[in-house]
Design a binder for this molecule. Structure first.
Ligand SMILES: [Zn+2]
Length: 107
């Protein structure tokens, strides 16, 4: 049984053979995966997870930055303005987009 501190799923098991020929298990921390868009699940641009620094280096400062990609943000903004003008109804929008359009209209 591994030690309690290694029982987290964030540790990856690595099998190693020592010089004397003993099989041992080493534990390594896995790296975080790159953030993805909440609607189309493409990898987000402008975010470098390995880079350290201020908040502006770790996320985008625009609307829905760090959550949606730029093209999905543009779609949500156009849909939001159409709903505000009364050209479309909320039921005409897909469920994934609806959550973000409602956030935009509420402001
Ligand atoms: Zn997207």
């Amino acid at each position: 049984m591994p030690e309690p501190r290694f029982r987290s799923s964030s540790f990856k098991k690595v099998n190693r053979i020592t010089i004397k020929g003993r099989n041992v298990i080493h534990y390594k921390r896995g790296r975080n995966s790159a953030p993805h868009c909440a609607i189309c699940s493409t990898e987000l641009n402008g975010i470098n997870i390995s880079e350290k620094g201020g908040k502006s280096r770790r996320s985008n400062s625009r609307l829905f930055g760090g959550v949606l990609c730029s093209s999905c943000t543009a779609n949500v903004i156009t849909l939001g303005s159409r709903i505000e003008n009364g050209d479309m109804k909320l039921d005409d929008i897909s469920i994934k987009q609806r959550k973000f359009v409602m956030q935009l209209v509420a402001h």
